[in-house]
Design a binder for this molecule. Sequence first.
Ligand code: PMP
Length: 446
Amino acid sequence: MTTDPQHDLFARARAVIPGGVNSPVRAYGSVGGDPRFIASGSGPFVTDTTGQQYVDLVMSWGPGLLGHAHPEVVEAVTAAARHGLSFGAPTESEVELAEAIRDRVPPAEKVRMVSTGTEATMTAIRLARGATGRDLVVKFAGCYHGHVDALLAEAGSGVATFGLPGSSGVTAATAAETVVVPYNDVEAVEAVFAERGSEIAAVITEAAPANMGVVPPEPGFNAALRRLTADHGALLILDEVLTGFRVGPAGWWGLDGAAGGEVTATGSEPWNPDLFTFGKVVGGGMPLAAVGGRAALMDLLSPSGPVYQAGTLSGNPLATAAGLATLRLADDAVYARVDRVADAVADAAAAALEAVGVPHRVQRAGNLFSIMFGEEAARDAVWDYAGAQAQDAFRYPPFFHAMLDAGVALPPSVFEAWFVSAAHDDDAVEAILAALPKAARAAAAA
Ligand code: PMP
């Protein structure tokens, strides 16, 4: 036993849970120190088991668009719980949630609900293979799509944080069915299609990557993927697990595809993917994710089609209640507030680092942002995983800990986005801004 209760709890956790955590990045592996064990959350704050409160910029890695424990979401979940926790039978609320998703993202004509983003991307890939009769999947280096065997190669998020090339336990045969190409490199995608086009079932991409730090698509990149996949009879899977219903009412697709993501001689051309994957915000903090797409394609899923997919807890009534309440509350004012908070924090972080001469760039994709440290990033925006990995990552741990000491919980890895919420009021933003200058000095001294 020590005098530090968080340290003791982490030791207890490590004795019974691998690494002491149920998802790797939580362990503070790349920033050092003991993770904070959270006892409660409210609005923009989390409180650890010692009673210390932090302004939270993790927000459960995305779901907390409205802040923690929004009273109306908690009430919706509580009311649902009183009626029963799980039935393994269809419910009205899952129909309502599917309709709410389709209303916001019309090309998601039909929706299948699952419990995690990983299941959503796994299902999308199986569906693409079933629909095309092809085996290969193309993914981008630095994009993270959950811990699906076929998608761990050069993945972002925890795989990037811990510097892994992929994962042990993935068979060589599975790895050989995934082709990894550099992000934002249309020529590399064209080359893969030129060589193996008839074998490719799908290209899967984060709608706007935020798992290697934030690396937005160059204008027209997603539209180019749409064109190339269509030309070769492959499907485009747009992974909006992180961006969906967070960067705007219709996710990144709403800002890019629906708005006309490619400017051509005749104007801007809207585009739709074949399949979407959603997660995080759509479950309002409960375990819920979804695959959506064209009806004819989605109907290939069992029981209407031959591609098997199932789940005891899929469409769980508490999860659908949380998702529905969240989507109902997430109106234009919510997105406007989240955008304003993102602007304020991103600009202040840049100004604080600038003031002490730390070379860096704050990268943005809608209301998502992260800092890339280093001269190279300062000179030119980072457009791919190699660029993200080349940054001065050593500056982040002291920056992170200075913020934590000042009561602000940042994501414990430089390869993750910062998440703000509509509950970050002016006081919460002020607390973040007040902490930044000292953190910038700590980064400068690294
Ligand atoms: N896709 C993306 C883009 C993600 O960011 C994540 C999780 N961070 C996933 C898929 C996997 O979701 P889950 O952790 O719920 O399995």
